[in-house]
Design a protein. Structure first.
Length: 321
């Protein structure tokens, strides 16, 4: 007891010196430490951990303590053998103190200039599933992202242009023992689809050139099905405009640590209004739904239902209610 009393007495007598020492250490760590010199070290460690499959470089590294501890990297470049190269003007990683204490991957990541837009991702504690499985709450916000860059990242076979805005909220366990619950709000402005050919279950399909002021979609993924609650294609004045509702099977699969998706049966109700100019250049494409056409003053309305048991089967068309 006497030694403990002496220890606290020494702390009290030297609290000024201790305070100066702590402040000096913080200033050195967050202000004077040459973090920029760590670029090569971090790059080599990332390459080592990923067996030289990922390469990371950046120009500047800064650390902050207030208002939240975090790391900022400028002019970040990420190259991977599996995906196209990614770059960002600024990358800020802010871990959650609670998450660090609980050893959970909680926190947020924001990237300016990623895919030519701004992307923010945050992860925190979510509610458990009905089966008691722990889930995380994941929020993703993307603004003014280049659709063509997303196409390249997803390795899609057709050219797409436009500016994408996305807001999603998900409840998911990271091992995907159960299917996640995801809410999606998506908008694409100045959408462009150049003339292209795609392979379908019915053979090669020629897609006509299409330009739309916007595409808006609100939907939810739950129990392995993605439901489109509202979908709006184009605006008045566009060559093509309309609405789409329906659902499609979409299951996330864990394949030994690698994740993929399985697409199942789909069923959509579609209502389109096409101007004569679009009918002329898309005559072959529209021939599939010609039985569901009604003339309008400036073109035609196509109101139909399309469904199939899986994407590899030829779709069935019918009249929409």
């Amino acid at each position: 007891m006497e030694n403990i009393a002496k220890f606290f007495k020494a702390l009290k007598e030297n609290k000024g010196k201790i305070f100066v020492m702590v402040v000096s250490a913080v200033i050195f760590l967050f202000v004077l430490f040459p973090f920029d010199d760590l670029s090569d070290l971090i790059s080599s460690q990332v390459a080592k951990v990923t067996n030289n499959s990922v390469y990371v470089t950046f120009d500047r590294l800064k650390m902050s303590l207030l208002p939240h501890p975090g790391v900022q990297m400028d002019q970040v470049y990420i190259e991977s053998v599996k995906t196209p190269a990614l770059s960002a003007q600024e990358l800020v990683i802010t871990p959650s103190i609670t998450g660090m204490i609980q050893q959970k991957p909680y926190g947020s990541v924001s990237a300016k200039g990623l895919l030519k837009g701004d992307v923010n991702i945050s992860m925190g504690k979510g509610t458990r599933s009905d089966n008691g499985i722990e889930r995380h709450r994941i929020e993703v916000s993307a603004k003014k992202v280049a659709l063509n860059d997303v196409r390249e990242l997803a390795n899609l076979p057709i050219l797409l242009k436009g500016q994408l805005n996305l807001e999603t909220t998900a409840l998911a366990d990271l091992s995907f023992q159960e299917q996640p619950d995801v809410e999606v709000n998506l908008t694409i402005n100045q959408f462009e689809l150049p003339p292209s050919n795609v392979n379908t279950a019915m053979g090669p399909l020629t897609l006509p050139e299409l330009k739309l002021s916007s595409i808006e979609l609100k939907g939810r993924l739950a129990a392995g099905r993605f439901v489109i609650e509202t979908g709006t294609i184009g605006k008045p004045g566009d060559e093509l405009q309309g609405t789409v509702k329906g659902d499609i099977g979409l299951t996330i699969v864990n394949m030994g640590g690698r994740f993929g998706q399985q697409i199942g049966a789909y069923n959509f109700d579609i209502d389109l209004r096409a101007k004569k100019s679009f009918q002329d250049k898309a005559s072959l494409f529209l021939l599939m739904v010609d039985n569901y056409k009604s003339p309008t003053a400036d073109g035609a309305q196509y109101k139909f239902k399309v469904s199939a048991s899986n994407p590899m089967m030829p779709p069935s068309f019918g009249a929409a209610r």
